[in-house]
Each structure stands twice: as C-alpha cells, then as structure tokens.
Design a protein around this ligand. Structure first.
Ligand SMILES: C[S@@+](CC[C@H](N)C(=O)[O-])C[C@H]1O[C@@H](n2cnc3c(N)ncnc32)[C@H](O)[C@@H]1O
Length: 362
C-alpha cells in the first residue's frame, strides 16, 4: 500500500451493516468494550467506533502490517482504540493484562485480509509469482508455505490439501509436489500453480475458477494453524463475554463455520440431564442465538466477490457461569503480545516475548 493511500480506503468490510447492527445494542453503555479479534484494516472497528460513541475497541491481529495500517486509520479515535499484536487465542490473557474481566462485544472476521492478498510478496495469492511465505505473522519463526511443501510427507500433504482445501485431486497434487521437490525445492508460487494445473484432469481445469485456489487456501490454513487457534479461542471468547454481551463470527471456510456453529449451538442448549423435572439455573443455556448462518446478499457479493463464501453467526450471552477474575486468567494463560496504543488508565503491557508459534485458515 502506498503511503499516500488512506489505509483501508479501498477495502470493503464484509456484511458491515449487519455486523454493526448485531453488536451495537451491547455497546451503548459508557465504558463498554468491544474486542475485534481480527482487526485487519480496521474497517469493522471503525464502523463500531462511529456507531457506538461510548465504546472502546481493542483490536487484535497477528499481522504487524495490519496492526500498523489499522492504527493509522483509527488514529482519529484516540484513546477509544487500542491495537494489540497477538494471536486471537491469547484473548483471555490480553484482557487480563489490562485488568479487564468482561467485554460487551466480540467480533471474529476470520481468514485472510485484503491487505495480505493484495501484497504480492506475502505469497498468499496464486495470481502473482511470489515467494511462498503465507505466514500472517511475518515476525514468527514458524514454517512458511515453502517449508510445508518441501518437508511434509506425501500423506500429510494429501491430508492438508483434502481437509483444508477440499481438493478432490489432493493425492495426485501431493505426489507431484514430492516428485518435483526432489528435483528442486519449491520457492515461488508460479511453479506451484503450474504443477497444480498439470496435475488435475483437463476437464477439471475448465470449471470452478483457478485450480490453485484450493491448494493455496489449504497451505495458508496449515501454515498459520488457523483451525487450532480458533478451536482454543472460542471458549475463551465466550468466557470473556458479559451477560447481555454479543459475539459475531464471519467464517469463509466450512470447517471454521462448522466449529463456530457447533460451539454456539452447544452454548445455546440446556445441559439439564434428561428426565429432570425442573431445569436448574446452572443448566440453563449460556448463550442465546441471534442468527442461524446468514449469507451476504447477492448485491454485496456482486460488489465484493471476496464476501461470496461468508457465513455470519451471532449469539448473546444469556447468563454468567463461574466468575473468572482477571487475576485467575493471568495466571493460567501466558501472554505473548505487543501493544501499539493503550487506553488511559489501563495497566501497561508486560515485558512479553513475541509470539513464535506457527499457526494456520479461509
Ligand atoms: C478478514 S481479515 C479482517 C478484516 C477486518 N474485519 C476489516 O474490516 O478490515 C482477517 C484478519 O485476521 C487476522 N488473523 C487471522 N487469524 C488470526 C489469529 N489467529 N489471530 C489474530 N489475527 C488473526 C489476519 O491477519 C487478518 O488481518
């Protein structure tokens, strides 16, 4: 992105009005806090800050370029916005470090950002020949997409392409990768795109867009450990939600959407043992569902094709469970975060080491 461009100006946040409509009722009280767990270019955060003038937004992202772009964009909101460089499964520790027990809104807009897709040197896009990196956190010492391609056994490559990319020809592509890397290790995306095209039957090349799309998605999920991060972030996020607080998810991949759907459904179900004549308070649902998997309108998809696979789910916290103090959470979760700006009155961040884990997603 050029310095002269307003950060985020060209980026359209997915289902923006609906996301804000769902979160805003919980963010009207003075001092209410929203966590944008996937800050990106800060489009959703900006709309929340505008629509909920009493609220403070804490934006998390594992990508330092996103943190920098969103921090510049949201500078006009001053101390109402705090950016934290963190993986979202550190949410509990991020809040505990600031002495925050509960928040009133949480947003997860999962997946890759426009910034990441558009910056050719990040290696996320199959449309440009670039170094096969795909780490969302470029400061992490974790494996790149090239490392995965050059070191994984064929069976693991097949699993990754099949499970995360829903690639029908996973095993053919994996065998071709193993054969080709023995000749010369993979470094750039162009050679991989060519290999994928040559590995699948000719008729399949003519349908469903670029055949490399599924493999690139699968590699990104694996490199960034995105499903693992989401799996551990889900209970922590629900735990952090105040009664009446709302949580919204935008998922772009069926495995992520299923994980979100199941977690919300479990929270919205009674845990009373069958046959119990009266439902005890501790068996009552913790969540109330606000939606059942909404898709963007055809108009939005036409204007913003990247919204095409989005599924929105939302829930409201219906009752509290065991109270968990910030102190308890600080003891049980180790923070690996870096803060860009800090709200007045909040405690300073600890001297935490950087996140070095490898994580993966669409
Ligand atoms: C779809 S974009 C968010 C776009 C944002 N809602 C906006 O309006 O600009 C997803 C962002 O989440 C970040 N991200 C993905 N997985 C993450 C994780 N496990 N922890 C923290 N950030 C993550 C990505 O780096 C990316 O910037």
């Amino acid at each position: 992105m050029s310095e002269r461009e307003a950060p985020g100006a060209e980026h359209v946040p997915v289902m923006l009005d609906r996301v804000v409509e769902l979160l805003a009722p919980a963010l009207q009280e003075p001092g209410s806090i929203a966590v944008d767990a996937t800050l990106g270019l800060g489009g959703h955060s900006e709309a929340l800050l505008r629509r909920c003038p009493q609220s403070h937004v804490i934006g998390l992202d594992r990508d330092t370029q996103a943190i920098e772009a969103a921090t510049r964009r949201l500078d006009p909101f001053g101390e109402r916005f705090t950016a934290v460089h963190a993986v979202y499964d550190e949410l509990g520790a991020v809040l505990a470090d600031r002495g925050i027990d509960q928040v009133q809104g949480i947003l997860f807009d999962l997946g890759v950002s426009s910034l990441q897709l558009d910056e050719s040197d990040r290696g996320f896009s199959y449309a440009q020949d670039a170094s096969l990196d795909m780490r969302m956190d470029q400061q992490s010492s974790g494996p790149t997409a090239a490392d995965v391609l050059n070191t994984y056994p064929a069976a693991d490559l097949t699993r990754v392409l099949r499970d995360y990319g829903e690639e029908r020809y996973a095993s053919r592509i994996a065998s071709a990768i193993v054969r080709e890397r023995a000749r010369e290790p993979f470094r750039t995306s162009g050679r991989l795109v060519e290999l994928i095209r040559d590995s699948i039957p000719a008729p399949a090349r003519r349908t469903g867009g670029n055949p490399a799309k599924r493999t690139f998605q699968a590699l990104r999920i694996e490199v960034n450990g995105e499903l693992e991060a989401l799996r551990s972030a889900l209970p922590a996020a629900i735990d952090a939600l105040a009664v009446g607080g709302r949580i919204v998810f935008l998922a772009y991949h069926s495995l992520e959407d299923r994980m979100v759907k199941r977690t919300l459904a479990a929270g919205a179900a009674s845990t009373a043992p069958p046959g119990l004549p009266v439902e005890l308070p501790e068996h009552r649902p913790v969540l109330k569902l606000l939606t059942r998997g909404e898709a963007p309108t055809p108009d939005e998809v036409a204007a913003n094709p990247r919204a095409g696979s989005a599924r929105l789910r939302a829930a409201e916290r219906a009752r509290s469970t065991e109270p968990r103090s910030a102190d308890t959470r600080r003891q049980t979760e180790s923070p690996r975060t870096t803060e860009k700006t800090r709200p007045s009155g909040a405690s300073p961040p600890p001297d935490a080491p950087r996140d070095d884990r490898t994580h993966g997603e669409e």
